[in-house]
Design a protein around this ligand. Structure first.
Ligand SMILES: Cc1cc2nc3c(=O)[nH]c(=O)nc-3n(C[C@H](O)[C@H](O)[C@H](O)COP(=O)(O)OP(=O)(O)OC[C@H]3O[C@@H](n4cnc5c(N)ncnc54)[C@H](O)[C@@H]3O)c2cc1C
Length: 425
């Protein structure tokens, strides 16, 4: 089949690679240069334990309390877009217990197969930077830790992937640089670090080597449709690209493309930022770490340490202030006091807009009203992690396979239902 992939971020490129391997005639259309969006400077964590969507019970009140504090870990930005109030209401609805459970089950479909996807890349001979250093979530009190562990209740298959770490001495065995103020945590020993640019370079190299065109600076501006609503071609300034199937993996740009096809996809940007710090070997952290109170995430990479934070819901364009970066580095120093002596060049700060669906869960499936247009977006905090798993699901959809009921929870059909704020909590 002729498949057009719109968007050359980590999700679009992984999907192009899967479909190429499945024998399809694939072309990738990218509005800028490949891999320059949020896929570029993310925190490099590949995890199978963080299947919980961002809108969790309590998230909205936490974000609302942070409204006047732009440096808070989760905040809500102003956005004049007419679809934004409904998006926020849908997000509020998604914090209800049953929606959170459904979202976690849906995301775990991806978590369970994601490592296989990365292993397949390696088995195919793709060369990219990957480490298996695990992920440690750390807390400064038993109360914080207990609250975090309660999230796993009801999800035994996720719970069994983590090991509780109680007492600072136990944390220090995993990473001796962690400050004694951190007393509790849980460790996911199988989690990995994948440097995203090296992965995307490897994918583009393999695609081009096999004759797949990755056309940069070729934004898709619209579609030609058949009488039954299906897509016949993607329109660009350099002409129409005929397609049997179109995959919309355009990150935050997916909303506009879905609208072109008559579907109101509730998806906005979720801003975040990161900084690379060159660390001498003796103070380089040994594992990825996420902190409970301050919500910073760090990953040790070949070039040094990547530290990231921020979830600015509804942010319209990437951007980060010096003040936010300073605060993030301050939180890093609270976690690793030895890093106080390592210089952090704040002018190297990077920021990106994650594609964030209203319920925080990826949107993978045929677009309502255009059966041969498949959405593959909305991965929020976990787009790098879920890219190969998303590619696998899209490959199955293109092959006409029937997905199991948990995987169908990822379908955009869930947004066809009218918003309801009443009912079950
Ligand atoms: C600070 C930060 C830290 C993060 N840390 C992690 C992490 O540790 N682990 C993890 O798994 N995830 C992480 N993420 C999330 C992850 O980076 C994103 O979910 C992921 O990059 C989304 O990839 P994507 O391919 O869907 O979108 P994008 O990377 O946005 O790619 C979409 C592409 O589509 C193109 N496009 C848009 N519109 C059009 C159009 N009309 N025509 C053609 N092309 C178009 C864009 O130019 C872009 O290149 C983090 C994100 C941030 C911001």
């Amino acid at each position: 089949m002729r498949v057009i992939i719109i968007g050359a971020g980590v999700v679009g490129l992984s999907t192009a690679y899967r479909l190429m391997k499945d024998g399809h005639d694939v072309t990738v259309l990218e509005s800028g240069a490949y891999g320059e969006g949020p896929s570029h400077g993310n925190d490099a964590m590949v995890t199978n334990i963080l299947s919980f969507p961002v809108p969790a019970p309590g998230t909205i009140s936490q974000a609302a309390r942070s409204f006047a504090r732009p440096d808070a870990p989760i905040s809500i930005a102003c956005n004049p877009d007419l679809g934004y109030p409904e998006f926020l209401l849908r997000m509020a609805a998604a914090t209800r217990e049953h929606a959170f459970v459904r979202g976690t089950i849906a995301q775990d479909v991806l978590s369970r197969i994601t490592f296989d996807g990365f292993d397949e890349f390696v088995a195919d001979g793709l060369s990219f930077e990957m480490h298996r250093k695990g992920l440690l979530h750390v807390f400064e009190s038993a109360a914080e830790y207990d609250a975090a562990m309660r999230l796993f209740e009801g999800f035994p298959r996720i719970r069994e992937r983590v090991e509780p770490v109680v007492g600072h001495a136990a944390l220090a065995e995993i990473d001796p640089g962690i400050d004694p103020a951190f007393t509790h945590g849980y460790f996911a020993p199988e989690d990995r670090q994948v440097e995203p640019v090296s992965l995307m370079d490897a994918l583009v190299g393999a695609l081009r080597e096999h004759g797949v065109e990755v056309l940069e600076h070729t934004p898709v501006e619209g579609f030609v449709r058949n009488a039954d609503g299906t897509v016949r071609a993607a329109l660009t300034r350099s002409g129409a690209f005929d397609a049997d199937v179109v995959v919309i993996a355009a990150g935050v740009g997916s909303r506009r493309l879905a609208r072109e096809l008559g579907f109101a996809l509730p998806l906005f940007g979720g801003g975040g930022y990161s900084l690379d710090i060159a660390c001498p070997d003796d103070v380089q952290p040994r594992t990825s770490v996420i902190t409970g109170r301050t919500h910073i995430a760090i990953s040790p990479l070949d070039r040094g340490l990547r530290v990231a934070t921020g979830m600015i819901i509804g942010q319209r364009a990437p951007g980060v202030s010096q003040r936010r970066l300073e605060r993030m580095v301050g939180h890093l120093h609270e976690l690793y006091p030895t890093l106080r002596h390592v210089s952090a060049e704040l002018d190297l700060g990077w920021s990106g807009l994650r594609p964030m669906s209203a319920d925080g869960v990826p949107v993978i499936g045929a677009l309502p009203g255009a059966d041969n247009a498949i959405l593959a977006t909305g991965h929020a905090m976990l787009g790098l992690t879920y890219a190969p798993a998303t590619a696998t699901l899209v490959g199955r959809i293109v092959a006409g396979e029937r997905l199991e009921s948990d995987a169908l929870l990822l379908s955009p059909e869930r947004f066809v239902r009218r918003l309801s704020l009443g009912g079950r909590r």
